[in-house]
Structures are given as structure tokens and as C-alpha cells.
Design a protein around this ligand. Structure first.
Ligand code: UDP
Length: 377
């Protein structure tokens, strides 16, 4: 049987994960037929089209075009439109990634979808479409983080949970997810990073922005808890202004953050801040690799800096990726002036080189593809 898999991406952090899976499934076209569904949660071309092209993702078979909206409206719209895709495509499986609203919405729609025809799954006939989750088990234990809800619900609905780090397995076991649903495969995002590292190294972004290797800090900021609250955003920018006195700060501004700057009429004060539009993946990875330090509230950037061996200060009070702290180059800077400047000073005293976690080796998607092969039999 040729297994039909619908693979879903909603926005920027999903694309590197799916690109890795498409590469692994692309060598197994005798076993798998794939469809790429883009929900359109991130519709800005710099957050989507450019990155998809650089990553070699296929053109989406379907673009649901949902755009921005409140959580409930976005989830409802994705569910409504994705259910029509399920009906038309009749997939054996759906693969979702990460923790976006689109991830949750497509997981929920899939969990109640029955194909017209039965198919074999783990040695038994089944009609309900199988749900697989890439990057399962991560938990920040912070229920104020919208993504945490998306992670928990998606995991409890998934049949195949592809786990990237040991904490993921521990979290799933604690939540009662049966061991046979869990598959430790490693970090699929790292597959893409390693496969494109040489191309990223050739990017001329440093010259374009007038930067020297290790002569700048790279900043990303977009978590609602950091940018939606004006006081918190001001505290962060004032603190980062202090760092900019010592080290220029390159800041590709996320559209959500740009909108907050405009609404609250605030922005960094220091002239040593270099604000850019969101960057393509290759330019961004080049900037990450050559930075003296990366300051971020992104999830994926914590993983990438650990693999690149670049110091990372996470501008949050928690991380769902604890291995980046225990083994990698990441430290929690929290969200206060004292926390961030303390972490920055500590880096100077004692730079962290870290080590690359187990199975963050470029072959995670290959391992996931093997699990998929065995499961649909
Ligand atoms: N990224 C990018 N351009 C940028 C900033 C980030 O290509 O200007 C990439 C980055 O390399 C990583 C992914 O976007 O692969 C992380 O996505 P994001 O920070 O938006 O989401 P999160 O990981 O926090 O969910």
C-alpha cells in the first residue's frame, strides 16, 4: 500500500521541521505519497514564501489562507478549512509539527476524521486517520504561554509522537502517553540546519549589514508575554539598549513585534540597534553562526544556537527545551534587567561552549520516516 500523508505547516518555525521530513519521505516515493498543506497562519512573504523556497519545500498543494486572527477564530477557521482537505484527500496520516495554533487545529480535525476505506496500522485494520506530531513532549510548564496548550492537546491526540529530547519522553510518560506511541528520533529542525549550513555560510549578509564576525549580538523577540505588554516590552528594550552600548544589536523584527512598536510608539533608543525585516533562513543562520551572543525568546533559535555552539540568552523565565540549558549553550536570562544583564556578564566571565545533544545529528527525519514505514503495515 502507498501511504498518503498530509503534512501541515502553519508558519515560520514549522518549515525547517517539515523540510527535513519531506527530504526523508522523498527517498521513499514507493511507500509514501505526500501533500503539503500550508494553513497561511504566517502569510508575510518573508516569514513564509522566501523561507519555503530556501528550504526546498514543495509548493503547497493547498494554502488555507487563514491569516491572523484571535486564537479561537484562527483555530476554528483552520479546522473548518482543513476538514475539507481531509474529505477531499482521504489521507492515511496527517503530520503536524511544533506548537502553533495551526498544529492544534489540524490535530483536532484529524483526530475525528474517518477515511472511507480501512487501512493497516500496526497490524490492525483502521479507518481513523493517523495523527503524527513532530517535536512532541516539549513542555514549558507555563500555562500562560498559548503554545503550551497547543503542545499538550496535540500530544494527547497523536498516535505517533516524535520526540526530540529526553525531557520530552519524561513529560509524555508523566502524562500517561503509552510508550508504544512515543518515538525518540532526535531533532528534525537540526537536520535542516546541518543540511543547509554550508549554503548559509556563503551568505553575504554580514557584508550587507556592515558587521564583523563575533562583533554583534543577534536579537529575536516575538512571544506575546514579551511584546504584547507595553511595560514588559519597554523593560526589555531599555535593557537591550544597555547591551548595545557595548555590542551592536542586530534585530530582525517579527511582524507581531513591529505592530506593537507602532501601536505603543516605542522602539529601541540606541543607534547601535540595527533593525531589519524578518530575514530569510540562510541569512538568519549565517547571522546566528557568526554572532557573539544570541538573545531570543524563540523556541527554535535555542536549538539552533546549541548546535552551532553560539552562546544564547533566552529572554524567558522557562524553556520547553531544557537540554539546550543542561547540555547546550543556552542560559535563561529571564525577563528582568537584572536577569538579562547578569546572564550577559556571566557569559563574559565564563563562555559556554556546550555539546550537541544525542540524536541532534542530521538524521532525525530519517528515523521518523522509518517509524512511519513500520507503523503503516
Ligand atoms: N528565522 C528566520 N528568519 C528570522 C528569524 C528566524 O528564518 O528573521 C528562523 C530560525 O532560524 C528558526 C525559526 O525561524 O529556524 C524559528 O522561528 P520563530 O522564532 O519564528 O518561532 P519559534 O521557534 O519561537 O516558535
Amino acid at each position: 500500500m502507498r501511504v498518503k500523508l498530509v503534512c501541515v505547516a502553519g508558519g515560520r518555525p514549522n518549515f525547517p521541521k517539515l523540510a527535513a521530513l519531506f527530504r526523508a519521505l522523498g527517498t521513499r516515493t514507493d511507500r509514501f505519497e505526500t501533500r503539503f498543506v500550508h494553513t497561511g497562519q504566517h502569510s508575510d512573504p518573508r516569514m513564509s514564501k522566501l523561507i519555503c523556497e530556501e528550504l526546498g519545500l514543495p509548493e503547497p498543494h493547498v494554502d488555507l489562507g487563514v491569516g491572523s486572527a484571535t486564537h479561537a477564530v484562527q483555530v476554528a477557521e483552520v479546522m473548518r478549512r482543513f476538514e475539507a482537505v481531509l474529505q477531499a484527500e482521504q489521507p492515511h496520516g496527517v503530520v503536524v509539527a511544533g506548537d502553533l495554533n495551526s498544529t492544534l487545529a489540524c490535530a483536532l480535525a484529524t483526530s475525528k476524521f474517518f477515511r472511507d476505506e480501512p487501512f493497516p496500522f500496526r497490524g490492525k485494520p483502521r479507518r481513523r486517520t493517523v495523527l503524527a506530531h513532530l517535536e512532541a513532549g516539549l513542555r514549558s510548564f507555563d500555562d500562560d504561554m498559548p503554545e503550551e496548550v497547543n503542545r499538550r492537546v496535540t500530544d494527547c491526540l497523536s498516535d505517533l509522537l516524535f520526540v526530540s529530547e529526553p525531557a520530552g519522553e519524561a513529560n509524555l510518560c508523566r502524562e500517561g502517553v503509552a510508550p508504544e506511541r512515543q518515538h525518540f528520533v532526535g531533532n528534525v529542525m537540526v537536520d535542516t540546519l546541518l543540511s543547509l549550513q554550508a549554503r548559509a555560510a556563503a551568505s553575504d549578509v554580514l557584508a550587507r549589514l556592515g558587521l564583523e564576525p563575533r562583533g554583534y549580538a543577534l536579537l529575536t523577540l516575538h512571544r506575546p508575554s514579551n511584546v504584547d505588554d507595553e511595560r514588559q516590552l519597554r523593560t526589555l528594550l531599555d535593557t537591550l539598549d544597555e547591551i548595545a552600548i557595548e555590542l551592536p544589536v542586530v534585530f530582525p523584527v517579527h511582524p507581531r513585534t513591529r505592530a506593537r512598536f507602532e501601536a505603543a510608539r516605542i522602539r529601541p533608543r540606541s543607534e547601535r540597534f540595527l533593525l531589519t525585516e524578518p530575514l530569510g533562513y540562510l541569512d538568519f543562520v549565517k547571522l546566528e553562526s557568526s554572532a557573539k551572543v544570541v538573545l531570543t525568546d524563540s523556541g527554535g533559535v535555542q536549538d539552533e544556537t546549541t548546535v552551532l555552539g553560539v552562546p544564547c540568552i533566552t529572554l524567558r523565565n522557562n524553556t520547553e527545551r531544557p537540554i539546550t540549558v543542561t547540555e547546550g549553550t543556552n542560559v535563561l536570562g529571564h525577563t528582568t534587567r537584572e536577569g538579562i544583564l547578569g546572564a550577559y556578564a556571566a557569559l563574559h566571565r565564563e563562555p559556554r561552549s556546550g555539546r550537541v545533544p544525542r540524536a541532534w545529528d542530521g538524521n532525525a527525519a530519517e528515523r521518523a520516516a522509518r517509524v512511519l514505514e513500520q507503523a503503516f503495515a
